[in-house]
Design a protein around this ligand. Sequence first.
Ligand code: NAP
Length: 268
Amino acid sequence: MQNAALEATRLDAVYLAFRVASPSLLMALEGFKAIGLSGFNVTIPHKVAVMRHLDDLEEPAATIGAVNTVVNHNGRLVGHNTDGAGALAALRESGVEPSGKRVLLLGSGGAARALAFTMAETAENLTILNRTISKARTLAEDIRRITGTTSVTGGGANPSTLKNAAAQSNMVVNATSIGMNPNARETPIAKELLRPDMVVFDIVYSPLETRLLRDAGQVGAKCVNGLTMLVCQGAQAFKLWTRAEAPVSAMKEALTTVLKAKSDRGPD
Ligand code: NAP
C-alpha cells in the first residue's frame, strides 16, 4: 500500500518491513535514526513500548497511550497515532456518520484505545467491553477523566453483558483480534445479538470478510470492513512522512489485491 503510494507520487523512497524483537527495540530505533529514515510504522507488540524511547508525542498519541506512526525530524523521533482518525474517515467514506451513535466497542488494546477516544467525541454513548475487565474499566475512566465525557462505561465481555449492551446500541465495533486469521471461524459477538438497524464495523482486515461481517450481512446490518480504515490510517501516515497528499485510490487498489489474494488462499 505504501509502496504503491510512493510509486504513484514518484517519490524516491521505499517502505520496508522489519521484524524487531522486544529486547532489540531501542537498538532498532537508534539504527533508524543513524541511517536517517524519514519515518516508520510501529505495530504489535511495540505500540506502547516504543513511546518511552521517542523524543516527543503528538496528540492524540499521548492521550491514547499508543503510537502507530513515527516521524524522524532531523534525528528527533516524534510519535503519532493515526488509527482513530483513520477509523472515522473509513466510516464516513462508507456512508456512515458516527455522530450520535450508541456504540458498543469490543476490545481495549492499542487499536481499541484509539477508536474509543475518537468515538467518545461523537457518539451519544459508548460502552467498552473486553475480555480483561480491568483494561476496559481503565480505558473508560481515562476517557472520562481526560475528555470530560460522562457517557462512557467499561466492563467485562461475557454473554450477558454483550446481550445487554447490544440491545442498547446501534453500532458495534470489533477492535479485538477475534476473527483474525488463523482464527477466522471465531466471532466476538453472537449473531443473534445483531440487528438490521445496526452498523457493524470490524477493524480486522485479514480475512477481508470476517465471520462477524458475514453474520452482520446475513441479518441485514450495514457492514464496514477493516480495509478502508487500514488505507485511511496509512494515508495519514504517508502525509506525515512526505508532507504530500496520499494517493488513496492507488493505496486501496494495491491493498485490495494483496488481501484478496490472501483471503482466497485461506488462513496462513
Ligand atoms: P492488541 O493491543 O493486542 O489488543 C488485542 C485486543 O483483542 C485486546 O482487547 C484483547 O483482549 C482482545 N483479544 C485478543 N484475543 C482475544 C480472545 N481470544 N478473546 C477475547 N479477546 C481477545 O491489538 P490491537 O493493535 O489493538 O489490534 C487489534 C486488531 O485490530 C488486530 O486484528 C489488528 O490487526 C486490527 N487493527 C486493524 C487496523 C486497521 O487499520 N484496520 C488498525 C489497527 C489494528 P485482552 O485485553 O483481554 O487481552
